[in-house]
Design a protein. Structure first.
Ligand SMILES: *[C@@H]1O[C@H](CO)[C@@H](O)[C@H](O)[C@H]1NC(C)=O
Ligand SMILES: *[C@@H]1O[C@H](CO)[C@@H](O)[C@H](O)[C@H]1NC(C)=O
Length: 396
């Protein structure tokens, strides 16, 4: 459901979110997040690797997925990871998305899929016939009927199990399910990683719509970290390979970060519980302070329910707030700057400001259930417009 919805509200660079479903399986794993690097014109993956390498030690979990990307709307607005699929293993770059469920990659049967990315790397079309461990999933197989809640009408053994996903920004992918070995790095007892693999079922994307079909910021696919049984995480957990718990830490300044599967034992992290039985990762937001003063907001504004509540979604660039909350925050943030004149740049509200924004504007603190607070500083919620260091913008 996620990726990058079109309209913008107030921008926040999300820092850390931990989500857990049930415990009970065995191992842990870490995936590192790399920055999707567009602004520098191509991207220096080597630099990211070095950067991520130094971060890796700080999150000790069990499987390893390095991430790339940067959440700024002026940059790529998303995070991606490199994964290995098949025998022999080929590398694929996939966008990390906690707001959707399935993993899919562009398939050999895709006519108009990009072969090269504006991000500076070659893209790979997945071919199930080219992998000795690759298989097409037919519609009468268990995975298919579990996904669709029963046998699809007209299903015969020779028909593939099709999938289709429509994302929040209007882009889409359709294709059919295949199964193959997914390779990931498993954290061993000594904190080092070693390659491990497990068979997973994922989408072979034969048709992509919206900006998924264009090459500018193209990736090989999307990895959904949603909670449904079809997600890669649920499949690895069901196979007893990992615990069904993950954390991610996204670096909003240098880009990249880390995506860790399994319990994080180091450093000690604070947590807030997930709201049970929700399709997405909902958390309970209790209150918001601006400059140390709590906003007076209508009761029940943060209640969780159908189409309500606070969702953690790595596939959405901006933070979206209800209109009433956004207005209150704006009033409080600009209380000491009544003289500022705004102008619109696309979906953003921009203004001129000389001086240190962190000195001139208040910190915003989000308070979540169980005494977890997230501080968002002016340099996080404003972003620079282009190369001018004095022109600042935020969502509207
Ligand atoms: C998958 O793991 C098995 C057992 O560890 C190993 O023998 C095999 O080479 C691995 N396959 C790939 C493609 O990495
Ligand atoms: C998901 O998998 C679990 C464990 O295998 C199973 O108990 C549950 O019924 C499945 N849920 C759905 C919606 O199929």
């Amino acid at each position: 459901m996620a990726r990058r919805p079109p309209a913008a509200a107030l921008l926040f660079a999300a820092l850390l979110a931990a989500a857990s479903a049930d415990h009970g399986a065995v191992e842990t794993g870490v995936f590192q997040v790399r920055r999707k690097f567009v602004s520098s014109g191509g991207g220096d993956i080597g630099a990211f690797r070095a950067h991520d390498g130094s971060r890796r030690g700080r999150l000790l979990a069990a499987a390893d997925l390095p991430l790339g990307g940067l959440g700024l709307p002026t940059d790529t607005g998303l995070y991606y990871a490199e994964i290995g699929i098949g025998t022999p293993t080929k590398r694929y770059y996939v966008q990390m998305d906690t707001g959707s469920d399935i993993l899919w990659v562009n398939c050999i049967s895709c006519d108009r899929c990009p072969h090269k990315s504006g991000l500076g790397f070659d893209l790979t079309l997945y071919d199930p016939k080219d992998s000795s461990t690759g298989n097409t999933v037919s519609c009468d197989q268990g995975f298919c009927s579990a996904t669709y809640g029963g046998l699809l009408p007209g299903c015969t053994t020779s028909l593939p199990c099709e999938y289709s996903v429509m994302y929040g920004d209007g882009s889409s992918t359709t294709g059919f399910f295949v199964s193959d070995l997914l390779q990931y790095d498993q954290v061993a007892g000594d904190g080092r990683t070693r390659p491990a693999n497990s068979s997973v079922t994922f989408g072979c994307g034969s048709q992509q719509g919206g900006d998924l079909g264009s090459s500018n910021q193209a990736l090989d696919g999307i990895i959904g970290f949603g909670q449904s049984n079809t997600s890669m995480l649920s499949q690895l957990a069901a196979a007893g390979k990992v615990k069904k718990i993950f954390s991610h830490c996204l670096d909003t300044i240098n880009g990249g970060g880390i995506f860790a599967i399994g319990n994080v034992v180091q450093p000690k992290v604070k947590t807030t519980p997930l709201v049970p039985n929700m399709p997405h990762y909902n958390v309970n937001l209790k209150s918001i302070d601006v400059g140390g003063t709590a906003l007076k907001l209508p009761e029940h504004i943060f209640d969780t329910g159908e189409k309500k509540g606070t969702i953690i979604d790595s596939g959405t660039t901006l933070t979206y707030l209800p209109e009433e909350v956004y207005k209150e925050i704006m009033v409080a943030v600009f209380a000491k700057h009544q003289d500022i004149t705004f102008h619109n740049v696309q979906d953003f509200l921009c203004f001129q400001y000389v001086g240190s924004v962190d000195d001139g504007f208040p910190k915003i603190t989000f308070h979540f259930e169980d005494d977890l607070s997230l501080n968002v500083y002016p340099h996080d919620y404003f972003f620079q417009n282009g190369y001018s260091t004095t022109k600042l913008c935020l969502g509207r």
